[in-house]
Design a protein around this ligand. Structure first.
Ligand code: 13P
Length: 287
């Protein structure tokens, strides 16, 4: 069922667990994510970056694929199709394409401009029954060309954006997209605690879910994180499983070069990673 992310996140925040956002790149990724969510009886958010949307030939293709797959695979758990780190223009393209949720990443604008643009999108999304994620304080590292310095968000600015009526709020707390460097200082729970105290019931979003130690994930959930984004970790497990298949020469044996065989270990690896994350985030059985 394609739905907005609102209900699943309100429930997650109240129930002290988090819903995973898993970014998709192609048909195999999408199928792996949807089937795992169904098997785990878990809600799921499919994240699509602007780069991945372009790679899949455009947001309309993505929306059509996801909707058809939900129907043909008989997926009954709640699924949100969500634009990840959207630009202002990208948000409107996804609204038109039939996404059920968008993220407007206005973190690089001065706060007043972030507020004005987010406010406008809150109204548009409300009319369409869509959920909206806003961002304050950029997430560090690079994702599909979106580069952030990784500063901690100002809790007062978070409140200002939360009060506009967004569905969920991503706040920088020292998290980074991609692998964490050896000298990473960890998440700033002080910042997270201050943000949650000012924003109350607002579901908070933790980007850069790859490589955050389990105890930090659990502590973040206890401090109001209700959505956790994972992208790189699925890419790494897909790549490792595919590498193993080829290094073992399996593509050269019989019809091992058949793409349905060649891509299968990677597909299964994505499924295993998503299942592991759903168990860690506590969303299993919460559909
Ligand atoms: P990772 O690639 O570090 O898992 O981050 C994903 C993310 O935050 C998507 O917005």
């Amino acid at each position: 069922m394609l739905v907005s992310a609102k209900d699943m996140l309100v429930k997650a925040k109240a129930g002290k667990y988090a819903v995973g956002q898993f970014n998709i790149n192609n048909l195999e990724w999408t199928k792996a994510a949807l089937l795992t969510a169904q098997e785990c009886n878990s809600p799921i958010i499919l994240g699509v970056s602007e780069g991945a949307g372009k790679y899949m030939t455009g947001f309309k293709t993505v929306a059509a694929m996801v909707k058809a797959m939900i129907e043909e695979l008989k997926i009954t758990v709640p699924v949100a199709l969500h634009l990840d780190h959207g630009t202002y223009d990208g948000c409107y393209k996804c609204i038109e394409a039939g996404f059920s949720s968008i993220m407007f990443d206005g973190s690089h604008y001065p706060i007043d401009e972030n507020v004005a643009k987010t406010k406008e999108l809150v109204e548009v999304c409300a009319k369409k029954g869509m959920s909206l994620e806003a961002e304050v304080g950029s997430i560090g590292g690079e994702e599909d060309g979106v580069i952030g310095k990784g500063e901690c968000a100002d809790p007062a600015e978070c409140k200002q954006i939360a009060d506009l009526g967004v569905t969920m709020l991503a706040a920088g707390i020292g998290n980074i997209h991609g692998k964490y460097p050896e000298n990473w200082e960890g998440l700033s729970f002080e910042t997270l605690d201050a943000i949650q105290k000012l924003t109350g019931d607002m579901p908070l979003v933790l980007h850069g879910g790859t490589g955050i130690p389990e105890d930090m994930i659990k502590k973040a959930i206890s401090l109001g994180v209700a959505k956790i984004n994972v992208n790189t970790e699925c890419q790494l497990s897909f790549a490792a499983a595919t590498r193993k298949y080829i290094e073992e020469g399996k593509d050269l044996a019989g019809k091992g070069f058949d793409p349905r065989k060649l891509l299968n270990p990677g597909f299964e690896a994505i499924k295993a990673t998503i299942k592991e994350k759903m168990e860690l985030f506590g969303s299993v059985g919460k559909a």
